[in-house]
Write a new protein. Structure first.
Lengths: 294, 365
């Protein structure tokens, strides 16, 4: 750091390019992980796909069954919408937090990091039941904030599910965001301000676009993770707020309908993939992001 | 160091394979050729010396007691006992389909057992089990011996309703008994029977249930209906008086009575039993030990221990458990309780379609 950096956005020396022998070594290093993915993810996934098309259960093809029962389409749409809203809320709450972690001193940063990590030490079910007690009728939230939930408490509402999901998933937004934000050179903001930009303008035009990779990573992670939740929406919500995971679980472990479970999973995977692709396509039209993603 | 460790591992693996090989051999043990069956609850000392067997159940306090009873059996006969779980239908089926069955005894719910009888679970040879003292309230199945009857009861908050309700009809009467109710969200069985009883169906006529009629009855309280997805959640509803009443599992009500909740069970509204069975998966390696262990499990003394520790009813009519007042309040095999069971054949043959309908109904406003 003593030598003046020539390129402001990359103060560190550029990484050495790997030679041929290195790439062989890298390939070998990739092998165990690739084999694991092949056998533990790709194979079961393909098997499920096969089952979803060719396994006839209760004299019905799985996708025909899915199409004939409107409730499952409803639950699928609800799951996707919940995942989108959870990602947005986590981003809105997580971004300022991660930004504070970057600009704060070592001591405060330590405390802030601890707050993010502590929830991981507590069992997921315990956290859900903590929310049950907090949100139920006559619980602390309904006593302190009586205008919420109309005297009946927030428990067993979509709001309760949303609160629970955001709390559980917030660390998955903050950690990738923080990792990205701390690599953004703070001096760029000073440079922008010295050129006459107001601080807010400098933030929106300079800092925010440079943090786009962190936003992508965190949002994608939270979105995908939300899709798999099913105990939390059942306990904090009602069957009216249930998500696709509980239906898949019923089809697999209660009914042994692996074809139907596969169909549900693949419709969801396809829908989620389409949403992610659409989101990426959309960001191409946002000029600030486009510039930073050179 | 690592070399030595890997050697140990190899030796252990070979030994393990040898053991599996031995126990998998089809030659029946000499005890299984006996013509007379031992009385339920009796085990012959040393009869399975050096053998092993495993049991899979659903954990919690119930499995603690089950483990203890099977361990007692293992100690008497000289076998090694390995508790495990949970034996979800999918897990048992996966073991059977892959011809690699590690469980000898599994806890199977009534409907799953009926669906998988002969394909996942063995048809039992009842000449090897003394069923003479089993309660007549609990039906035997071709593939399973009753291990537990979880009574789904009409429980209510005594503070909410000073006049006690007397029948399932009251559960579905919002005018006479206002307030929120809770039912289990996972499947329609038992709740459907409660609705049918509420609509006036005779307890003897629950075969081939009229599901349309049941939904009509359930619709009467839908505006005041909450759902619980897990037993612990229902307990929380009782403890914090979130609802005025519920179709609650007696074991959960019992725990909350011990915790001091002012709740009661309507003993004149027939509890609907949800049965669990001991079953032997097809291809189990220690079937002979499993038979003897199940026969021991349903003895009078063993069942007394079961009821004393779990407050769930004893399967054996000769049991004389020593019960607390709270446990007596949920002792649904005793008068005036008149428990009923569901039509397992109906539910097992229509389960998929009925679950679609239940999900559709619970997911609509």
């Amino acid at each position: 750091m003593t030598a003046p950096a020539l390129h402001p956005s990359s103060p560190e020396a550029p990484a050495r390019r790997p030679g041929n022998r290195d790439s062989l070594a890298y390939g070998l290093l990739l092998l165990p992980g690739s084999l694991l993915i092949l056998f533990v993810i790709a194979y079961p996934l393909l098997l499920s796909l096969w089952n979803s098309f060719f396994k006839i259960e209760q004299e019905q093809q799985a996708y025909a069954w899915f199409a004939a029962n409107g409730v499952y389409i409803e639950i699928l749409v609800r799951t996707l919408l919940t995942a989108i809203s959870t990602a947005i809320f986590c981003l809105l709450l997580g971004y300022p937090y991660a930004y504070l972690m970057v600009i704060s001193g070592a001591k405060l940063r330590g405390v802030l990091t601890l707050f993010v990590l502590v929830p991981f030490w507590i069992s997921g079910l315990v956290r859900i039941f903590a929310w049950v007690i907090l949100l139920q009728k006559g619980g602390p939230v309904s006593v302190l904030l009586p205008f919420l939930g109309g005297g009946e408490g927030l428990l067993h509402t979509q709001t309760a599910v949303q609160i629970g999901l955001v709390q559980v998933l917030l660390p998955f937004m903050i950690i990738p965001l923080y990792n990205n934000l701390r690599t953004v050179d703070q001096r760029l903001m000073q440079a922008a301000e010295s050129l006459g930009a107001r601080r807010s303008v400098a933030f929106v035009r300079v800092f925010l676009p440079l943090s786009a990779p962190g936003i992508y990573a965190g949002t994608l992670l939270v979105f995908m993770l939300t899709l798999g939740f099913y105990v939390l929406p059942q306990v904090l919500g009602t069957p009216l707020t249930s998500m696709i995971g509980s239906v898949i679980q019923t089809q697999t472990s209660q009914l042994n309908n692996v074809g139907r479970a596969g169909a549900l999973s693949f419709v969801m995977l396809a829908a989620a993939g389409a949403i992610v692709l659409a989101a990426f396509a959309l960001t191409r039209f946002v000029p600030a992001v486009k510039r930073s993603a050179r | 160091m690592t070399l030595r460790l890997s050697k140990v591992l190899i030796v252990a693996t070979v030994a393990g394979l040898a053991l599996v090989g031995c126990s998998a051999s089809p030659a029946p043990a000499p005890t299984s050729t006996k013509t007379t069956v031992l009385q339920a609850g009796v085990a012959q000392p040393g009869s399975f010396q050096g053998r092993q067997f495993s049991m899979a159940a659903n954990g919690g306090t119930t499995q603690d007691v089950q483990n203890k009873i099977f361990q007692d059996f293992a100690n008497i006969v000289g076998a090694q006992f390995a508790p495990d779980g949970p034996p979800t239908t999918a897990a048992v089926k996966a073991q059977v389909d892959s011809h690699n069955v590690t469980w000898d005894i599994v806890d199977a719910p009534e409907v799953d057992l009926a669906s998988g009888c002969g394909t996942v679970y063995q048809k039992l040879d009842y000449s090897k089990i003394d069923t003479s003292k089993l309660s007549k309230l609990v039906p035997l199945q071709d593939c399973g011996v009753p291990l537990n009857a979880s009574p789904w009861t009409f429980a209510y908050n005594k503070d909410a309703w000073p006049t006690a309700p007397t029948s399932w009809a009251d559960f579905f009467d919002l005018k006479k008994f206002p307030g929120k109710r809770a039912v289990y969200s996972g499947f329609p069985m038992q709740t459907m029977e409660a609705a049918l009883l509420g609509s006036g169906v005779d307890p003897k006529d629950l075969k081939k249930p009229d599901v349309d009629r049941g939904y009509k009855e359930l619709n009467k309280i839908k505006s005041n209906l909450l759902f619980f997805a897990a037993g612990s959640e229902s307990q929380q509803m009782i403890a914090s008086n979130q609802v005025a009443a519920g179709v609650f599992w007696s074991g959960r009500v019992y725990t909350e009575l011990l915790n001091g909740s002012n709740w009661g069970i309507v003993d004149t509204a027939p509890p609907i039993l949800r049965m669990d069975y001991w079953a032997i998966p097809i291809g189990a390696k220690n079937t002979d030990v499993a038979y003897a262990a199940i026969n021991y499990y349903i003895g009078a003394a063993q069942q007394s221990e079961w009821q004393e520790k779990t407050a769930y009813p004893s399967m054996n009519v000769d049991s004389k458990p020593n019960l607390s007042p709270e446990a007596k309040a949920v002792d649904v095999f005793k008068s005036p309780f008149k428990p009923v069971t569901i039509d397992v054949d109906f539910w097992s043959s229509h389960l998929s379609a009925q679950l679609d309908r239940w999900t559709t109904w619970t997911s609509a406003k």
